[in-house]
Design a protein around this ligand. Structure first.
Ligand SMILES: Nc1nc2c(ncn2[C@@H]2O[C@H](COP(=O)(O)OP(=O)(O)OP(=O)(O)O)[C@@H](O)[C@H]2O)c(=O)[nH]1
Ligand SMILES: [Mg+2]
Length: 461
């Protein structure tokens, strides 16, 4: 069972062979326990120093040559004494070292326990802790940057900028209520109005950033759809940079939906290659087509692929009509441009005009999946549709933070409605807003919420 003040240890790095791997021990007995498995005495070593030596397993046999990093409380990640052993990256060595530390009195750390200790000891707040997990899980430039800003405290600062003026007016109202005869004076209704409106605007605009934050975190969902043989799978492979999907000249090759995550314009993009859309009696293909239709309905962006080396036919036109019902943005890709000779080009001059006239597509791009031509333009179009997220702006990416802001908005909304009443009536609403804002940074959250958040972390973080 977890005790606040015991000493915990865990492997910090992935359980894979690699050049190095690390084990961390944190708590009041960190140095004493670490010394029992290490050839160098640590008791007299200052914080932020490195020591080369040998670590031993629980039977006292030499296990590995390592470098131990020493951090002294409170100047460490957890705020406690910490020793980190950088070993050779053998899963066996790392496990044996943890076993040895446990045999000398340390406890196996639970998921996120080091970060939870950092939070409990006031080294980081909740928004920063969520930034850490988001950074660990990040898969794109924008995701990593936003997470890094959260972990370095920029979201917490923004929340404080909204909270502080509300705290000040609360103090002023309370002082006036408690000491009406003193010189404090009642807060003017203009000051009160200005502060409340300004807090509401800031809360609403921060809350609105959740749409962008969610997109950055979850990734843009993109469906490649079109007739069989149009070149959807080859296009997926171009985006992926390797042969992810099977490509053949046989119409109806792709049956199931094939997913690949790529990065475009700094954004995570989840691409779906789907079965070619056509009427079919084949049981398996029928299921594939209905999965494709389902993906088309749920995607945020559809890349509609046409064989651009032939004039569009009736089936292509039907697909265009059915696309009108799909809610996502659409871009048309006229594929197989490499097959069009200079003399032939004129034959297809009306294709682009037809697609543009449907009003369905925000762009029509000529590409060759085979040669990789035109792909950059498609990436640019996708970025201009979805990638206009300024990661230097404060953006929330987490549903819990969003819910805190919804509660803060509700409370401040009540205060706006009650503005005509006396300031003391507004107090409860303002205090609710302050408390809801505080839950973003963990100023007023219960043990259960803390447990839930830190259980998302990996062991060793
Ligand atoms: N010349 C040329 N051939 C292409 C191009 N793109 C695809 N192809 C060829 O077209 C055929 C079909 O390609 P796929 O990518 O399998 O087509 P698909 O749309 O996934 O087809 P289904 O899975 O059957 O729906 C293959 O023979 C590819 O080599 C292209 O840009 N140029
Ligand atoms: Mg295919």
């Amino acid at each position: 069972m977890e005790k606040r003040n015991d000493t915990v240890c865990a492997i910090m790095t992935p359980l894979l062979s690699g050049a190095t791997g690390a084990v961390r021990i944190s708590g009041p007995e960190a140095f004493t326990i670490a010394e029992t498995v290490f050839s160098v005495s640590l008791a007299d070593k200052p914080g932020h120093t490195l020591h080369y030596g040998v670590v031993y397993d629980s039977a006292g046999r030499a296990l590995d040559d390592v470098v131990a990093s020493v951090y002294r409380a409170p100047k460490s990640f957890t705020g406690e004494d910490i020793v980190e052993f950088s070993c050779h990256g053998s899963v066996y060595v790392l496990r044996e070292l943890v076993k040895a530390l446990i045999s000398h009195g340390a406890r196996q750390a639970q998921r996120g326990e080091f970060s939870k200790r950092a939070f409990m000891n006031g080294k980081i707040d909740m928004a920063q802790a969520q930034g850490i997990i988001d950074l660990i899980e990040s898969e794109s430039e924008k995701e990593a940057w936003i997470a890094y800003r959260h972990l370095s405290g920029s979201l917490s600062k923004k929340i404080e900028e909204i909270r502080q003026p509300l705290l000040e007016i609360t103090a002023q109202i309370l002082a006036y209520i408690d000491y009406p005869d003193d010189e404090i004076g009642e807060i003017s209704s203009e000051t009160l109005q200005k502060s409340i409106f300004s807090a509401r605007d800031s809360i609403v605009s921060l809350k609105r950033t959740f749409d962008s934050g969610k997109l950055v975190k979850e990734g843009l969902t993109v469906c490649l759809c079109g007739k069989p043989n149009a070149g959807k799978s080859m296009l997926l492979n171009q985006f992926a940079g390797y042969d992810r999907s099977i490509v053949t000249a046989i119409a109806g090759t792709t049956r199931d939906a094939v997913e690949e995550t790529v990065e475009i314009g700094g954004m995570k993009v989840r691409l779906w290659d789907t079965a070619g859309l056509r009427e079919t009696e084949d049981e398996v293909e029928k299921i594939g087509v209905s999965i494709a239709e389902e993906k088309m309905r749920s995607a945020q962006l559809i890349l509609a692929v046409f064989d651009g080396s032939r004039p569009l036919d009736e089936e292509d036109r039907k697909i265009c009509a059915s696309l009108q019902e799909a809610p996502g943005e659409k871009i048309a890709l006229l594929n197989k441009q490499d097959l069009i000779s200079a003399e032939n080009k004129a034959l297809f001059s009306d294709t682009e005009a037809f697609l543009e006239k449907t009003g369905c597509f925000s762009a029509v791009c000529r590409v060759s999946a085979k040669k990789g031509e035109g792909m950059e333009l498609v990436r640019e179009r996708m970025t201009s549709l979805f990638g206009k997220i300024d990661p230097d702006e404060e953006i929330i990416t987490d549903f819990r933070q969003y819910q805190c802001l919804v509660r803060a908005e509700e409370a401040i909304g009540h205060a706006v409605q009650n503005l005509s009443l006396t300031p003391d009536v507004l107090l409860a609403d303002i205090e609710d807003a302050i408390s809801a804002l505080g839950t973003v940074t963990g100023k007023s959250v219960g043990e259960e919420v803390i447990e839930t958040i830190f259980s998302r972390f990996c062991v060793g973080k």
